[in-house]
Design a protein around this ligand. Structure first.
Ligand code: FES
Ligand code: FES
Length: 850
């Protein structure tokens, strides 16, 4: 028997067990999150006798006689102070880390009510946030401290319209842990699922013996490929990814699933997986594009090892290179990297009496999931409903099926609710990564530093399955020329299958890799022309009316020069600094159908926003509410947000390509215009039950279209970042100027930029994804993610000059801020030690692991 005080009450427990498991599953205190189970993320932080500690590393026997406090046990004053401060500062994004942050803050403020900024940073060192870059969390803790020591009172909420720093709608539920992520759900009779995966990246599966596992008490179902009633193969654009590997088939990467189990408890499900016996033939894995392209390489897919090719050109590159004053050619390598969203993948599938399966998920698109689940289950689409719970970060890593279809298959088979949650180690193995790329790039300029030609060859390791590898490589190719005017280009790219984990969408979608190469070549040309790195960029920067790489004409909103001017003084006054620019498309573009949709429904005197667009942490609900308030002149307390739900909310496309603020924002604006018109003559009560629909469909041209000046994308964002080092080679400051079109909510936009910069700094300096024969060897704690104490100061400038009426002129900000960071860091180190580095993460820096 163990006894301790939990949130002010004595609890007694018979058997010893893990503290996190006990608090979440038995006490149902779900403010604590399980982000890693290995003591690395801090999402499970609790106060034990006043010290912030990770519950996942504690046993009940270790808290015997102690006092344990979770966010649920904070005083009302503390709850109010932290909720206000985190909301007001913009410290909440996906929210999965937030209660853990609050606990670390409380541990500090209880001892030091007036902490320094440095002490706050130190107090958060054990808490990873992948979304915010920590800047606004640290600010929030400073603000909460002021309230808690009585220096200020909590003011009333202010602001509602476009351009205002409105506090997030979902802040309270995320700070207090009352909002639900899928793994927080528990329903009566729920079974737990576990997955048997291939033992080797490449193996021919000869037999799967499940007899012993089936006899285990508590096991309710075991399914293999032969049991799948619908389509076994899935994919966004190419159906090549098996839900389960069939007998006789080869596994193609270490995350491949062979069998799925549903059982009464998690423990039994895992035991059953361990009892399944495999027969397989070991096959040599293909671990690089070069090996996959060899003449004698085995075919990993029936149509060969090349997923896709991209080729396009403009102007006479041969002539331009022959007459150029300066020509540089370098080869660059970038690694695969892990999204490391804080919430591991989870799905809960519940079968209904009518044969309809409802699946709760936390992903980037309920409609993509709906499509994949219905196809796998062999059900008509009206027999599947997908509802989103809170999404604990995604960054592109939750676009593919990972757990949704497996949970749904088992629910269909057993007729009972089934939840499948991946462990962190499974999550790292299963979902697609950022593409590793090799880029050979030639850039040429005249004697004045004006760019005259570029030639690029990009080879991407797209791993085991297509995912979104084709479009990622296409985007790398279309963006490798950067935000510059280059009259002659010749670009080719190839995505190659290997037995590494699939590569797919990841914030920036191929552009961070390409931009690292192109910006570094520009630094060499700056040397050769004796221009400053700022000057050579400014001389070549796109202007409205200029021709872009694909022939598109840069529109009136193009503001790369403004971003360069914004950072000029800081760049030139810094002792050691690097600079880099970037552009990034908003929306899918290149002729792919792309539509944002929303409905405003008047119910019980309030306006409810219905859209299938996912908030993965970026703050979409608040932004859409601001657009409604601005357009229809409605008070913010009268506007509610409905969760994405395929039975209720219209399909607004995936949260990808930095598209939701523009696409769904414009759809909401259209709907709100309809509402505004009616409200001119009617009261809200008089229009009870009415709905107002809005839609925005972008018309774009495919790459290599016949048009001399196609519109490949409806909008581009532009950015310049400066990274400053101190005299000993540590990061000192990042200055980021972003052309955002219009900042619907400047606090939210800054939060996206700061978080993306933290990710970009990690990509530049620490993050890699080592593998041994296709098997990832990293744990969450060794991925190289930036912590609070690693972060330098960040200063942001928002440039707003978009005359477009679409979504009040907003352009996407979700991805672009992570793109120029790595080359700006590399440029800073080049200035620091004159070593020209061509590989990420950069070697020989203060941050290097090896
Ligand atoms: S779940 Fe405990 S530190 Fe990550
Ligand atoms: S808000 Fe911190 S991990 Fe998402």
């Amino acid at each position: 028997m163990y006894q301790f005080i939990l949130n002010g009450k004595l609890v007694s427990v018979e058997a010893d067990e893990n503290l996190l498991e006990y608090l979440r599953e038995t006490q149902r205190l779900t403010s604590l999150k399980n982000g890693c189970s290995e003591g690395s993320c801090g999402a499970c932080m609790v106060l034990i006798d006043g010290l912030a500690m990770r519950a996942c590393l504690q046993l009940l026997s270790r808290v015997q006689g102690k006092t344990v406090i979770t966010v649920e046990g904070l005083t009302e004053q503390e709850k109010k102070a932290y909720t206000w401060a985190f909301a007001e500062a913009g410290a909440v994004q996906c929210g999965f880390c937030t209660p853990g942050m609050v606990i670390s803050a409380k541990a500090l403020l209880d001892k030091d009510p007036e902490p320094s900024a440095a002490r706050i940073k130190e107090a958060l060192r054990g808490n990873i946030c992948r979304c915010t870059g920590y800047v606004k969390i640290e600010k929030a803790i400073m603000m909460a401290a002021r309230v808690l020591r009585g220096a200020v009172a909590v003011p009333a909420e202010a602001g509602s319209g476009v351009g205002e720093r409105v506090a997030r709608m979902d802040a309270a539920e995320k700070v207090l842990g009352t909002g639900q992520y899928v793994d927080d759900l528990k329903v009566p009779g729920m079974l737990y699922a576990a997955v048997l995966r291939t033992p080797l990246a490449r193996a021919r599966i000869l037999a799967i013996h499940t007899d012993a596992a089936r006899t285990l008490d508590g096991v309710e179902a075991i399914m293999t490929a032969a049991d799948i009633p619908g389509q076994r193969l899935w994919g966004h654009l190419k159906r090549d990814w098996p839900a389960l590997i069939a007998i006789g088939e080869e596994s193609r990467y270490i995350g491949d699933a062979l069998a799925i189990v549903a059982a009464k408890t998690k423990k039994i499900a895992r035991e059953a997986v361990n009892l399944i016996r495999l027969e397989y033939e070991e096959l040599p894995p293909i671990l690089s594009p070069q090996a996959a392209l060899a003449a004698d390489a085995p075919r990993l897919h029936p149509d060969g090892n090349i997923l896709s090719r991209v080729d396009f050109s403009r102007g006479d590159v041969g002539q331009a290179l022959a007459t150029a004053a300066h020509v540089v050619t370098r080869s660059y390598q970038t690694p695969p990297t892990e999204h490391a969203f804080l919430e591991p993948e989870s799905a809960l599938a519940i079968p209904g009496d009518d044969g309809k399966i409802t699946v709760y998920i936390g992903s980037q698109s309920v409609y993509d999931d709906h499509h994949g689940i219905a196809a796998t289950l062999g059900l008509p689409k009206e027999k599947v409903r997908v509802i989103s719970k809170l999404v604990g970060g995604a960054f592109g890593g939750k676009e593919d099926l990972s757990v949704q279809h497996h949970a749904a298959l088992l629910a269909q088979k057993t007729g009972k609710p089934v939840k499948l949650t991946l462990s962190r180690q499974e999550s790292i193995r299963v979902h697609p990564k950022r593409h590793a790329m090799e880029i050979t790039l030639t850039t040429a300029c005249d004697k004045d530093g004006k760019l005259v030609a570029m030639k690029a060859r990009i080879i991407a390791d797209t791993g085991a399955y297509a995912s979104l590898g084709g479009p990622v490589v296409q985007r790398a190719c279309t963006h490798v020329s950067g935000p510059y005017q280059i009259p002659a280009i010749e670009i080719s790219g190839i995505a190659v299958y290997t037995n590494n984990p699939p590569a797919g969408a990841f914030r920036g979608f191929g552009v961070p890799q390409a931009t690292f190469a192109s910006e570094m070549n520009l630094n060499l040309l700056a040397d050769l022309t004796a221009l400053s790195p700022w000057e050579i960029r400014f001389r070549n920067a796109l202007e409205p009316g200029a021709v872009m790489a694909t022939g598109q004409i840069a529109d009136d909103s193009t503001a790369i020069k403004e971003t360069l001017l914004a950072v000029k003084a800081e760049y030139e006054s810094a002792q050691i600094a690097g600079i880099a620019c970037a552009l990034k498309n908003t929306g899918l573009g290149v002729g792919v159908p792309d539509t944002g949709r929303a409905i405003l429904r008047v119910r019980q005197g309030k306006v409810e926003i219905l859209t299938g667009a996912a908030c993965v942490g970026q703050g979409l609900a608040t932004i859409l509410r601001q657009i409604v308030c601005e357009t229809a002149i409605v008070s913010p307390d009268l506007v509610l947000m409905h969760a994405p739900d395929t039975d209720v909310t219209p399909d607004a496309g995936t949260t990808t390509a930095s598209r939701q603020t523009l696409f769904t924002g414009e759809a909401v604006r259209q709907a709100a215009l309809g509402l505004a018109q009616v409200l001119k003559s009617e009261s809200m009560a008089a229009i009870e039950g009415q709905e107002f629909a809005g839609q925005y469909r972008a018309e774009t041209d495919p790459l290599n279209s016949d048009k001399p000046h196609p519109v490949n994308h409806v909008a581009f964002g532009y950015a310049t970042q400066v990274v400053c080092l101190n005299e000993t080679g540590w990061l000192r400051k990042v200055v980021a100027a972003h052309d955002v079109g219009r900042a619907i909510n400047p606090t939210t936009v800054e939060g996206q930029i700061e978080g993306a910069i933290a990710m970009g700094l990690g990509y530049a300096l620490q993050e890699d994804f080592p593998m041994n024969r296709g098997v990832p060897t990293a744990k969450f704690g060794t991925l190289g993610l930036f912590r609070s104490t690693d972060m330098p100061e960040i200063k942001t400038y928002l440039i707003e000059k978009n005359p477009s009426a679409l979504a009040y002129g907003a352009k996407g900000i979700g991805e672009i801020a992570t793109i120029p960071t790595a080359p700006a860091v590399a440029g800073a180190y080049y200035r620091y030690d004159r070593i020209f580095r061509t590989q990420l993460p950069l070697s020989n820096t203060k941050y290097s692991k090896y």
